[in-house]
Unconditional design. Structure first.
Length: 465
């Protein structure tokens, strides 16, 4: 077997700012660029290894024992180029914190397979997971029946996220009452995640629930972590400036688990421009095709058949891990050949038992207005409506007071403050700020139109009669 050549390089202080992989390979006279691995070390040292072939090509299949959370709250999802294990954190037993996670990559890079592994890990580790599969449920179809909640539309995703935020708020109040400063796993509440695949669809410009979606994800990132409610998103970036339209993600990702699969150049510009990957341009690019020799083809020479088949799926950088600039790869997750139905390999990873947790009752998080729009009634007696009811006129929110708008937006079961604020700012009326929301609510409490705060922390209307 051919040996590995290793070079230790001195780099400018602080490391390479802009890394030119092709130039390095040319210098080393290596035609297959994927055989050369560059890793910036700390400070001024970098390492270059030249392998007989790319060391990440023969990944083994993932096993269920990789996906059972270890004592330190991590699962094994793959390996680095030098065979060290690549771990992803789902829980921090030291602090009791759930994680915020983001998986970025261009189409086909391997986001959904990794999502599938995380879902299996949740099921195998007693973690309750609520999934939004925004590609109409196509991205991780095997998750059906293997997660506590599975939604496939943007609106249901909003309901699911409202439910998660409400759960986080419920826990905050309950733990405060217990005099607890943090989350203790399974005592009494399970570690819980919301996971949104193709989150870009929810958050991109023009998406119908963009503002509320961003707000809810941000809220979960902010308050959920310390009460055992985490959030993980997978997204095609390129929409990064739009994922929340603000610094939503930046705050969320700073301390999260961030994985970057194969990117497009536009994506990298966004990530670097947004300061999410300060040294992104120093990362060795992940090639679409590994093992390809890029050389000029002479007259009469033909390319081999599989010259441009993508074979680098799952290659990634774990940007928030201990080795952010080391190329790594996920294990093989599921069947390599396409399946006609559910992938039996993935189903076997999940196992036959029921997933932990209860589904989120989505309807409970619909506003009165949404309920009405959804065909309303909700089993209540509609006997005063005639045969062909004329559509309810939309309330003219522009001429309503904030108090009236609050009462119109509140469902009977109440809403968390964050959701109420989002609902108000989506009702077509003028913007309501948190401060004036709070003032108006305390006024309504004084008049007996809204209940006093209880342990759920929800803002609940008192029905007038
Ligand atoms: N870890 C993996 N193991 C096996 N095959 C993978 C893996 N990641 C990606 N693939 C292959 O690449 C294809 C695209 O991956 P997918 O996760 O659907 O990408 P994305 O969600 O980023 O668009 C999959 O259908 C599969 O054939
Ligand atoms: Mg996908």
């Amino acid at each position: 077997m051919a040996t590995v050549q290793e070079y230790v390089l001195k780099t400018p202080p602080g490391g390479v700012k802009r890394y030119d992989h092709e130039a390095l390979c040319d210098l080393l006279k290596v035609e297959d660029y994927s055989r050369v691995i560059f890793e910036q070390g700390v400070g001024r040292e970098a390492i270059v290894r030249v392998y007989p072939e790319n060391p990440l090509m023969g990944m083994r299949e993932i096993r269920t024992d990789d996906l059972v959370m270890d004592a330190r709250g991590r699962i094994a999802i793959g390996s680095y180029y030098d065979a060290a294990a690549l771990r992803f954190r789902l829980f921090d037993p030291k602090t009791g914190n759930a994680q915020r996670g983001a998986i970025f990559g261009t189409t086909g890079a391997g986001k959904s397979r990794l999502v599938q592994a995380v879902l299996v890990a949740c099921k195998r580790s007693g973690i309750v997971v609520h999934l939004a599969d925004l590609k109409h449920g196509q991205s991780v179809p095997e998750a059906k029946g293997n997660v506590a909640t599975r939604v496939t539309t943007q609106y249901e995703t909003i309901l699911m996220l409202r439910g998660l935020v409400a759960e986080a708020e419920r826990r905050m109040v309950a733990y405060a009452e217990l005099g607890r400063s943090g989350f203790v796993k399974d005592d009494p509440d399970p570690l819980t995640y919301g996971l949104v695949d193709e989150a870009n669809r929810l958050l991109e410009k023009g998406a119908p629930f963009r503002d509320e979606g961003a707000l809810l994800i941000k809220e979960l990132g902010r308050t959920g972590r310390s009460v055992g409610v985490g959030i993980i998103i997978a997204a095609q970036a390129g929409h990064l400036d739009e994922l929340g339209g603000s610094d939503t993600l930046r705050a969320m990702l700073k301390e999260g688990e961030v994985i970057l699969l194969r990117w497009s150049s536009a994506m990298m510009q966004q990530l670097v421009g947004d300061g999410l990957i300060p040294r992104g341009e120093a990362l060795q690019p992940i090639p679409k095709v590994v093992g390809q020799v890029r050389k000029i083809r002479r007259y009469n020479e033909t390319a081999t058949e599989d010259d441009d088949d993508v074979n680098s799926q799952g290659m990634l950088y774990h940007l928030t891990g201990v080795r952010p600039t080391s190329m790594a790869r996920t294990y093989v997750i599921g069947s390599v050949a396409p399946c006609t139905g559910h992938d039996p390999v993935v189903l076997a990873l999940y196992g036959d038992h029921a997933p932990p947790g209860e589904p989120i009752d989505l309807e409970a998080y619909m506003t009165a207005k949404e309920r009405q729009a959804a065909g309303g009634g909700d089993g209540e007696d509609d006997d005063d409506t005639d045969e062909s009811p004329s559509p309810e006129p939309e309330p003219d929110t522009a001429s309503m007071s904030t108090a009236q708008r609050i009462l119109a937006a509140l469902p009977a079961g109440g809403l968390a403050e964050v959701d109420l604020l989002a609902a108000l700012n989506a009702d077509g009326g003028r913007e309501v700020r948190r401060g004036s929301l709070r003032t108006t609510i305390s006024g309504l409490r004084g008049k007996g139109e809204i209940a006093r705060p209880d342990s759920t922390g929800l803002i609940v209307p008192i029905p007038a009669d």
